[in-house]
Design a protein around this ligand. Sequence first.
Ligand SMILES: NC(=O)c1ccc[n+]([C@@H]2O[C@H](COP(=O)([O-])OP(=O)(O)OC[C@H]3O[C@@H](n4cnc5c(N)ncnc54)[C@H](O)[C@@H]3O)[C@@H](O)[C@H]2O)c1
Length: 428
Amino acid sequence: MSELMNGRVGRREFIGAAAAAGAVILKPELAFGTAANSAVRLGLLGCGGRGRNVMSSFLENTDAVLTAVGDLFADQLELGRKTFDEVSAKRGKPAIEASRMFRGPKAYEQLFACKEVDAVYIATPPYFHPAHLEAALAAGKHVYLEKPVAVDVPGAKKVMALGAKANPRLSLAVGFQIRHASPYVELAKRIHGGQIGQAVSGEIHYFASAIERPEWPNATAAERRLRNWVHDKALSGDISVEQNVHIIDVTNWLLGAHPVKAVGAGGRAGRTDRGDCWSHYNLVFSYPGDVSISFASTQFGKAAWGVAMQYYGTKGCAEAHYDAPVRISGEESWEYPGLKKPESTDTAQAVTGTFKGALDDADPNKQKAFIESIASGKPVNEAASGAEAALSGMLGRMAAYTGQEVTWEKLLQSEEVWDPKMDWNQFA
Ligand SMILES: NC(=O)c1ccc[n+]([C@@H]2O[C@H](COP(=O)([O-])OP(=O)(O)OC[C@H]3O[C@@H](n4cnc5c(N)ncnc54)[C@H](O)[C@@H]3O)[C@@H](O)[C@H]2O)c1
C-alpha cells in the first residue's frame, strides 16, 4: 500500500517540509515521546474557536502535521495560520504553505482535493456538516467531523447513510470528546458492569450563559448572521442540538440506547441576541425499559455555567459533572480520584469545549485516538452514534416546539429541511 493510500507520510518528507519552512527539527523521540516513523497529514476546514483549539491539540498531543487550512473568511484563515504556525514551530513541525490556504465558499473542495492531506478535521457551523462530510469522504479522506452531525432529520439520515457506505479503510470520527475523558470512561465501565443495577430514572442539565459574539458592525446582515451562526436555528440546530447534544450523547452511551420518545417545553424569553434560538428547554426523555430522564438547559443571561448528569438505578446512583465529582453512591460506592471543582468556569474557554476537571484529558485522548486509528489501520466509524445523538436532540426539540409527545418513529418521518436560505457565493 502506498504511503498516501494508508494515510501517512514518510518522516523524510515531513522533515524536508519542516526544514523548507525553517522549522526546528527535534529528534522525534524527544519531540513526541515516541519514535514514530511517519506522521498523518491533517487539513482543517473552519478556523474558528473550536477548530483552532482542537487542531492545536492535534499538533501538541500527536505526531500529526497540519498541511492545509480552509475557511470562508480571510481573517479567520489568517488567525488559524498564525495560531498553528506558532504551535507547529514549538513542536518542530512545518508551517503551512501559502498555496495550501483556501478561502471562500469553495474552500472545502480545494482543501479536500489536496493530495498532501490524509485526514480532515471539519469544524464549520453545523448546517454544513452533511455536505462537507460527503465531499471529504468522496475525496478519500479520513474525517473528524464536529458535532452535531446535522441540524435536521434528513441531514442526520444522510450522515448515517454516508457512514454506512464509507470506505471501511477510512476513519470517521464525530466530535464527542467526552467519551474519551478518563473519569467518564471508568464510569461507563462501571455502569455497563452493573454497579448501579437497573437504571430507572435520571436528571441531566446543561446550564450555560449567553454566548457573546462580536457585533461585526461593518458586515452585511447576511455576513453577521453567518459569523454569529450559534444564535441562528437553521445554521446551528438550536441549543438542544448544538450545545446540549453532548450530555444527550453521554446519556445514550451510558444507557446503551437512544430515547424512544420525549415531551417538553421551552422558549426564547431572556435572550438578547438577534437570532432565533431558544433560551431554555425542559424535557423528559423516555429510554427503553421505562427509564425516564429529565433534562433542563439554558443559554441566556449571565448565570454561572453548570453541566451535570445523575442516573438512578436499583443499586446506586451515578453522578457525573463536567468539573467534579464523577462518582457512584449506593451498594458499591466509588469516586474518580483527584478531581476538584474549579472556582469558576471560563466562559470563553467553555464555548470552545474546554472545561477544567473531569474533561481535562477528553480532547487530547480523542485526538490521539483518531490519529492512532489511522496509523494502526484500525479505523473508527462513529457516524451512527453521532447521528443518533443529533437525532435525540432533535426529538426533544420537536417535542418542545410542538408541545406534544414525539416518538422516535415519528421523528424519523420528518422530511423538513432546515434551510438558512443564504447565497454562499456572496462570500466568494
Ligand atoms: N466538541 C465540542 O466541545 C465543541 C465545542 C465548541 C464548538 N463545537 C462545534 O464546532 C463547530 C464550530 O464551532 P466554533 O465554536 O468553532 O464556531 P466559530 O464560529 O468560532 O468557527 C466556525 C468557523 O467556520 C468558518 N466557516 C463558516 N462557514 C464556512 C464554510 N461554509 N466553509 C468554510 N468555513 C466556514 C467560519 O468563518 C469560522 O471561522 C460547530 O459544529 C460547533 O458545534 C464543538
